[in-house]
Design a protein around this ligand. Structure first.
Ligand code: WT7
Length: 648
């Protein structure tokens, strides 16, 4: 590993940083030696309506998985994100909104945001939304998305945000699973100059007889025509026009559910991870401050969508709990052209910039001057999230965005973890491009072999976490048994992340990717089983097997092997039709990249598809197929190889 470049800590910058090398060591030690003392102290960053007397009460024992933090404390998220800032920073900008078009932007102060949230909270109550009800949010990246989230937390409703790129079917499944009776959407979304028919998708989703929704609140974004169901559908602006701006907060227990967020697993149905109030907010707020070394007055920009956990924790809750100015971007990096990120950084003088490796690689492909003459001198810290960042992309990001001056924080975490878990704190940990480096406070990563035996020293294995942290998901909505099965039964006594990982001689962690049947496409998590079940729903498809393969921009691409029904023939046409089919069934992010028609799949004698072989062929690495002698019909492999779609 001697050829790996190390970027030492900037000692000058460290002088004024929240955390430096010494304080990291010391606080980390305290966080694992005396978690109760450590977290009780950290929890002072929140306003508690009723102070807690208990801190940590958690068990990873598979017979009794139970995770509780601050369990007798009471607080309210929207009060922590808004009300408590009014006296000191009411006129400070809370949200800078940058529209899809470069001509459209908006500054919203804490006072204004508070007023909108109070009004919308009252409007929700007037429509019957009560504490504990699940409200589905299906919105583009407009300020009203943050207003809706905070209004839910104000009244104690549990939000379930569904990414605006998901199909009507995917939306319907999530509304049904969550038992949600309220939906908040907009007429249309706007991305890269194109309209996304959100209200139309909601109407289609609500045609599903299992979906029982009382009200749909519709925000006018584009003014495009929408169908209207009288009595069910309500305009946001009409509700807001008459709503009172006086709305006391609902008092919530620290362990009351705050939101549900669906994510893919290795089996078919998406899992609704349940996050609760106190621990989540504490963890989002604390990680946001320390990971981005956020200081008063900084302009912070995370390019994620609020439909993903990154948007929850690092566009809305972490920053607003910290009284920060957070930038929300409606558009895409390539519109009107690929200098957009640079233009926005210059326009709003962004100090911290947090994006995904896939976006960096897409820009990198267009050359060194892709950001034009944008002035990037305001940037101080760069962040990366969603997938491993390859060292080439890291170096490019460092050089082109950071001018060689900005620390890069490569943040490893998951929907399940609520916040950042492994990361080089910007002025405390020397960076190695491609490594997420060291654990955040309270996080105890371990590597185990497939039998669950802990591995010591420099080695590679399954990444597990040995003890709970406050931001951890508490359960899967409506299916605690699945929660226990998925995360706590493979390796007893640990939380299993699903990731493989290497640890080097400096105790740095290097995430190597998923070890389950989950692939990571442009930083989005995709269960191969979900794509397969969409494909077999097509009348011409008999069997489908989906694997990931290395893709220069997306990280992983979606590679499909298909056996058609007898009498059907594979063609370019059918390939296109099936791509469109999956797009329509799940959403554009699930669109297959490559489809190979395969008369036979490599199966064991018991009928199990050997994915290892399919992965190798998809990687164009069929020299190393390993043992194929257990296949029922080893001859299918020849055909698979000769018709492979990815030729390097
Ligand atoms: C999976 C979680 C974390 C919010 C966005 C994705 C992969 C995430 C990194 C990173 C290597 C990463 C892992 C993880 N991942 N960040 N910095 N380095 N891998 O959340 O959709 O729940 O996906 O994304 O495989 O398990 P998610």
């Amino acid at each position: 590993m001697s050829d790996i470049k190390v970027y030492p800590v900037d000692k000058e910058g460290a002088k004024s940083a929240w955390i430096n090398e010494e304080s990291y060591q010391q606080l980390y030690q305290q966080s694992v030696d005396s978690p109760d003392v450590f977290w009780a102290d950290q929890a002072k960053r929140l306003d508690w309506i009723t102070p807690f007397t208990k801190v940590k009460n958690t068990s990873f024992d598979p017979h009794n998985v139970s995770i509780r933090w601050f369990e007798d404390g009471e607080l309210n998220v929207s009060q922590n994100c808004l009300d408590r800032h009014l006296a000191t920073r009411g006129d400070q900008v809370a949200i800078i909104w940058e529209g899809d078009s470069p001509d459209e932007s908006l500054n919203i102060t804490y006072k204004e945001l508070h007023e909108q949230v109070c009004k919308f909270a009252n409007a929700l109550k007037a429509q019957g939304v009560k504490k504990g009800d699940v409200v589905t949010i299906y919105l583009p990246m407009i300020p009203e998305a943050a207003v809706a989230m905070l209004a839910c937390t104000r009244v104690g409703a549990v939000h379930s945000i569904v990414f605006g790129g998901f199909s009507p079917d995917a939306l319907a499944g999530r509304i049904e699973d969550a038992g949600s009776h309220f939906v908040i959407t907009s007429d249309e979304g706007l991305r890269g100059g194109k309209c996304v028919p959100l209200k139309k998708n909601v109407d289609l989703a609500l045609n599903n007889p299992n979906v029982k929704v009382e009200h749909v609140v519709v925000i006018k974004r584009t003014g495009g025509d929408v169908a209207w169901s009288e009595g069910r559908d309500l305009w946001y602006h009409e509700l807001m026009a008459t709503a009172s701006a006086d709305c006391p907060v609902e008092v919530m227990n620290a362990e009351d559910p705050m939101f549900i967020l669906y994510t893919s697993g290795s089996t078919g149905k998406p899992k609704g991870l349940k996050h609760t109030t106190g621990g989540y907010l504490l963890y989002a707020s604390m990680t946001h401050q320390y990971v981005f070394d956020y200081k008063d007055g900084d302009i912070y920009w995370c390019t994620a969508d609020v439909g993903w956990v990154t948007g929850h924790s690092y566009i809305v809750y972490g920053p607003l709990a910290n009284g920060a100015t957070t930038l929300m971007f409606e558009g895409v990096p390539s519109y009107p052209d690929s200098s957009r990120f640079g233009r926005v950084i210059e326009k709003h003088k962004v100090n911290q910039f947090y994006t995904a490796p896939t976006a960096i690689r897409a820009l990198m492909q267009q050359g060194e001057d892709v950001l034009g003459d944008s002035d990037l001198s305001s940037l101080r810290i760069l962040g990366s999230v969603g997938e491993p960042i390859n060292p080439e992309a890291w170096e490019w990001y460092h050089r082109i965005f950071g001018k060689g001056q900005c620390p890069i924080v490569d943040t490893w975490w998951q929907t399940e973890t609520g916040g950042i878990m492994i990361v080089p704190l910007p002025y405390a940990t020397a960076a190695k491009p491609g490594s997420a480096t060291r654990p955040f406070f309270g996080v105890q990563p371990r590597l185990v072999d497939n039998e669950g035996t802990e591995l010591a020293g420099a080695t590679e294995g399954n990444l597990v976490i040995a003890d709970s942290w406050p931001g951890q998901a508490r359960s899967i909505w409506g299916d605690h048994e699945r929660f226990v099965q998925t995360y706590f039964s493979t390796f007893k006594g640990y939380y299993f992340t699903g990731d493989g990982c290497r640890r080097d001689g400096d105790d740095y962690y290097w995430i190597t990717g998923r070890v389950d049947d989950v692939i990571n496409v442009s930083g989005h998590r995709m269960g191969t089983a979900e794509v397969e079940s969409a494909l077999v729903a097509h009348p011409k498809v008999a069997e489908a097997a989906v694997v990931g393969y290395p893709h220069p921009i997306k990280g992983q691409g979606i590679y499909v092997y298909l056996t058609l029904q007898a009498g059907e023939d594979g063609s370019e046409e059918l390939s296109k039709e099936l791509k469109a089919w999956v797009r329509n069934e799940i959403g554009p992010i699930a669109t297959p990249d490559l489809i190979q028609f395969a008369p036979g799949m490599p199966k064991t004698r018991s009928g199990k598809i050997m994915r290892r072989i399919l992965r190798k062929i998809a990687e164009d690495d069929f020299g190393a197929l390993g043992d194929t002698s257990t296949l029922a019909d080893p001859s299918v492999v020849e055909d698979l190889i000769s018709n492979r779609q990815n030729r390097l």
